[in-house]
Design a protein around this ligand. Structure first.
Ligand code: NAP
Length: 518
């Protein structure tokens, strides 16, 4: 009787079995002042303040710290403190929340007005004395990006970028987007560098603060078994997906200028690509890691054009249904132009032209209004070279797949073949799972907490360096320019609630492959 394959998903759950934790040296942040520009905004309240509080609960904030919010909205210290309290929700105890809030204050002012910075000087002078910060200041720009250059210039003119105190440090954190093209990114870098040295600049990409993203480094370089097969001899393809089920929501103003390529690829997806594809760094030192990440982007082959046959897909969601709810198309969303050609979906087939990856396609896609919110990486290995399980041929036996679940359900799974129990010779694909919550008993912490701590201890490893950014824009610019010229031609519509336009499927089918979604 001929053997048969069964593609059922047998499941085997793995548990953490380490004898003890091996921890790298954990630095304690010194006393410092955190100054948040745009403190009345959404990011400050949803992410920044709760993350700082979480750090305080972990004893990773220095005992002596203060947070000074700055924005145009008129507010007193106590108004701001009430907002801070609100943003902490029910985290920890009421006493802990009250204690944290006592460290918070507020200053109202126009960002381009020198008087604001005069007020800031007076305020910081007093706070630095009380909290004994020795002039250590972390400036966090959580404003619209159009204000970054103005604020940096004002900080420079007012003498906030340098200190004569040898114990002081001054660091500036800026949020994405870092420009909208190579020219604007380089202009922004130039403006920042007029005031700050690269060592002082922390370009934040919160994806890099995620445990699952940091774990790519541990997985690849703290285990001996993967590195020997991590190349074009064993790997057939890599797929990276960042899908959102939400639409544009209230962000049309920003998104109409951005689109999926600028919003997701330039930063998050290219960061994941860099970590998966980089060479082992010489050490975990910030620049050693960032050197290797930069080389990945520098080795990307440029597509010949901006059509799906060139490996570039541009899509926009039309009306459809997500989770059984009928939703409008992108062009019908509030604040969106009825003839908008902004892409809410993009897919790229990338080739990294180096010895390790030559010939291995990297398929990246990201879109809004997909069936699920998920970010993951799938490393698909080659088929076995020959089959001893005749008459099954080698390419009828499912290949191994390593599946990094970045969010949600954070974890890693490995798919492999196993004999199905019974007298017949059958094989099934089974999956070995590692689940963060299951293994460690805790939910992965908020990404911003880790990143704040890194800024305070001066570790730039998880922040984007100027040359990496330039490489990313250098690659994306020709595609964006081509799309701008083509306008609607080549824009593929997909129903909300689907995995994207048919052209994205064609892109893989042309190579005899398909997107992996389950
Ligand atoms: N929200 C997120 O989840 C998220 C995620 C990733 C990156 N980011 C980035 O983080 C930064 C802050 O995001 P956000 O969502 O908090 O922004 P936001 O709420 O739109 O703005 C932050 C603050 O900036 C001030 N502001 C807004 N528009 C202004 C204008 N036209 N001129 C001068 N001041 C203005 C407002 O404060 P006042 O009016 O009181 O001055 C506002 O409270 C942005 O660069 C954004 O791209 C945000």
């Amino acid at each position: 009787m001929p053997p048969e394959t069964m593609l059922s998903q047998g499941v085997s759950v793995s548990k953490v079995i380490t004898k003890e934790e091996l921890c790298l040296f954990e630095q304690v942040a010194p006393a410092c002042g955190i100054i948040i520009f745009g403190a009345s905004g959404d990011l400050t309240h949803r992410k920044l303040l709760p993350s700082l509080f979480a750090l305080a609960q972990e004893n990773l904030l220095p005992k002596q710290f203060y947070i000074l919010g700055l924005a145009r909205s008129p507010m007193s210290d106590s108004d701001f403190q009430a907002k801070v309290l609100d943003s902490l929700g029910q985290a920890a105890t009421a006493a802990a929340r009250q204690d944290f809030v006592r460290h918070c204050g507020y200053l109202a002012g126009e960002y381009q007005d020198s008087k604001t910075y005069e007020g800031l000087r007076q305020r910081l002078g007093g706070l630095d004395g009380i909290y004994e910060t020795s002039g250590r200041h972390l400036f966090y720009l959580s404003t619209p990006p159009s204000l970054y250059e103005t604020i940096a210039a004002q900080l420079g003119q007012s003498g906030f970028a340098d200190s004569r105190n040898p114990e002081a440090w001054i660091r500036i954190v800026i949020e994405k987007p870092f420009g909208s093209s190579l020219a604007t990114a380089e202009q922004l870098n130039l403006s920042l560098h007029r005031v700050f040295r690269e060592k002082q600049i922390y370009r934040i990409d919160h994806y890099l603060g995620k445990e699952t993203v940091q774990n790519i480094l541990m997985f690849r370089f703290a285990n001996a078994i993967y590195e020997p097969v991590w190349n074009n001899h064993y790997i057939d393809q890599v797929q990276i997906t960042a899908a959102e089920s939400a639409g544009v929501e209230h962000r049309a103003g920003y998104y109409e200028q951005a689109g999926a390529l600028r919003d997701m690829f330039q930063n998050h997806l290219f960061q994941l690509l860099s970590l998966i594809a980089m060479e082992p760094p010489a050490s975990l030192a910030a620049d050693a890691v960032r050197d290797e990440k930069s080389k990945v982007l520098a080795s990307l082959s440029f597509p010949k054009g901006c059509d799906w046959q060139d490996g570039v897909v541009r899509g926009q969601y039309a009306a459809g249904a997500v989770d059984d709810e009928v939703v409008p198309g992108y062009r019908q969303e509030p604040g969106v132009k009825p003839i908008s050609t902004i892409e809410t979906y993009a897919a790229l087939k990338l080739e990294i032209d180096n010895w390790r990856w030559h010939g291995v396609p990297f398929y990246l896609r990201s879109g809004k209004r997909m069936p699920a919110r998920t970010t993951d990486i799938r490393v698909v290995f080659k088929h076995v070279p020959t089959s001893i399980f005749q008459p099954l041929l080698a390419d009828q036996i499912s290949p191994n797949i390593l599946h990094f679940r970045i969010q949600p359900d954070e974890g890693i799974a490995l798919r492999f073949e196993a004999k199905h129990p019974g007298p017949k010779l059958c094989m099934s694909s089974v999956t070995m799972h590692f689940d963060y919550e299951d293994a460690f008993g805790i939910r992965p912490p908020e990404a911003y907490a880790r990143l704040f701590h890194d800024v305070m201890v001066g570790d730039q490893t998880l922040f984007s360096r100027q040359d990496w950014l330039s490489h990313s824009w250098r690659f994306l610019d020709p595609i964006l320019e081509c799309w701008a010229k083509e306008k609607e031609a080549g824009l593929a519509f997909y129903p909300a609630g689907s995995w994207g336009p048919a052209e994205a499927d064609d892109l893989l089918q042309k190579d005899g492959r398909q997107w992996l979604t389950t």
